[in-house]
Write a protein that binds this ligand. Structure first.
Ligand code: TGC
Ligand code: FAD
Length: 396
């Protein structure tokens, strides 16, 4: 059996007729990305993940599709789409693989967004069109070896040296780092204030070693950023932001994309399990005829539907500029947990076949263990909701 025939053709679940709410543009964008994913990603993704290969060869095509930073303005070479279209794109890409979605969403939400939002006009014009086309790729350096959930404690720092700064420190767990041309990096200045800056590959003292041996996100490249007395020209500082709210503001955009993306992974697992349950015969009946398997499927479609409605509404609020960070946290936390739970249940429904690369479920399951950790862990997002409703800070 070929690796794709086991999962094709894909039928996207839409139990509450959410399609009625999408515009023709949303549906067109979704179909375009879905077709591309079916054609260019699905036939190879299991092999890429098994072989720990990040498909950077797809970057020019992704740029042509217009899905790097698709919600940024057309004057910078971007597609100028709304937030729901952005979400739908993330859903379709993550239906294939969370690692591929990482490559795309880091570029859009964590590299292009801060340059657009906090950068000078010169920085926007220099970097955004090349990032939109994929001619240039970027990464985002916030996490440090000793400061993950608590990025405000970072020790990476810059010292003023006249016409430039000297940067020292290290970042870890950085998606896209091994191949990125530029890095948006967050470091403390001499007054302890967090500043953002753009580093370019080739700057003396700047290196990007790869992280190996991941059991998760194997089709994504992850690395470190090491800064050893790197000279950072002052024009590379993002002028329009300082403080932790700079990087956290970018995370809002990326977490929103993950909320949609996780639905894509969940839909892929559900669709696979439903198909399998109707075809797999045990005790002379399809396993889908047994109540225990129906319970799993009924709960999966219920949770997917709830997540779709939550996320669509969040998209409307984002389009109106009214979504709060806490609302984004709730959606990221709920949807990733939902997807991980569905992946686990779906894997069991496939019995032994569920652990193989013939089906996408085990890969999604392993990927989602990263997704529930990065961009703020499951626990951190719960504490954000807890603080929002009580007004009391339980972090520290
Ligand atoms: P706190 O004192 O609460 O806040 C400091 C300042 O930031 C503001 N703020 C936000 N601004 C914008 N968006 C948000 N979501 C914000 N949350 C807070 C806040 O108003 C304050 O502003 P100001 O003006 O008063 O200075 O900060 P804290 O140190 O207590 O930390 C709060 C906490 C724990 C919620 C925060 O640190 C956090 O979210 N931690 C999780 C870290 C995290 O998510 N890291 C992600 C790294 S990047 C990544 O994982 C990429 S994976 C990419 C991929 O491959 O897809
Ligand atoms: P810790 O912060 O050490 O947390 C360990 C555990 O303690 C967690 O369960 C956490 O919930 C819990 N915990 C921490 N604080 C509290 C508290 N106050 N109360 C209760 N429980 C708490 N970062 C980037 O900057 N850029 C990237 O591109 C990027 N890509 C990534 C790609 C991958 C594959 C992975 C795995 C991570 C990536 N990250 C990236 C880092 C990611 O954001 C961090 O791993 C995440 O924020 C958690 O930090 P940590 O791993 O240090 O865990």
């Amino acid at each position: 059996m070929s690796k794709t025939s086991a999962v094709a053709p894909y039928t996207a679940p839409d139990y509450y007729q959410l399609d009625d709410l999408f515009t023709e543009d949303h549906k067109m964008v979704r179909q375009t990305v879905r077709d591309w994913v079916d054609r260019r990603v699905m036939p190879h993704i299991e092999d890429w993940a098994q072989n720990n290969h990040c498909p950077t060869e797809l970057i020019p095509e992704i740029g042509e599709l217009g899905i790097f930073g698709p919600a940024l303005p057309t004057e910078y070479g971007c597609a100028g789409l709304d937030q729901i279209a952005y979400g739908v794109i993330m859903q379709e890409v993550e239906r294939a693989d969370s690692g591929l979605r990482s490559m795309v969403s880091v570029q859009g939400s964590l590299v292009m967004y801060p340059i657009y939002k906090y950068g000078s006009e010169e920085q926007r014009r220099k970097y955004l069109p090349k990032l939109a086309s994929g001619e240039m790729m970027g990464c985002f350096g916030l996490t440090e070896p000793d400061f993950g959930s608590n990025p405000g404690g970072m020790i990476t720092n810059i010292k003023d040296a006249g016409d430039h700064y000297i940067l020292n420190g290290a970042k870890t767990w950085i998606s896209n780092a091994p191949f990125a041309h530029i890095a948006v990096v967050w470091a403390k200045d001499e007054s302890g204030r967090i500043r953002g800056m753009i580093l370019e590959r080739g700057m003396e003292g700047f290196s990007t070693p790869s992280i190996h041996n991941k059991w998760s996100l194997r089709a994504s490249a992850t690395g470190e950023l090491v800064f050893d007395n790197v000279k950072v020209p002052k024009e590379n500082i993002l002028p329009n932001i300082s403080g932790l709210k700079g990087p956290l503001g970018c995370l809002d955009s990326a977490r929103y994309g993950i909320a949609w993306g996780a639905i894509g992974a969940a839909m892929a697992c559900y669709d696979t399990a439903l198909r399998y349950a109707k075809e797999r015969i045990q005790f002379d009946r399809p396993i889908g005829a047994f109540q225990l398997q129906q319970k799993k499927l009924a709960e999966m479609i219920t949770e997917i539907t709830k997540a779709q409605l939550l996320t669509y509404r969040l998209g409307q609020l984002k389009n109106e500029g009214r979504a709060t960070s806490a609302q984004v946290s709730m959606a990221k936390r709920n949807n990733v947990d939902m997807a991980l739970h569905i992946a686990r249940e779906a894997r069991q429904m496939l019995g032994g076949m569920g652990i193989t690369g013939e089906y996408p479920i085990m890969r999604h399951l392993m990927n989602l263990e990263t997704v529930i950790t990065y961009e703020g862990t499951h626990d951190i997002h719960l504490l954000i909701t807890g603080m929002d409703v009580t007004g009391l800070n339980a972090f520290k």
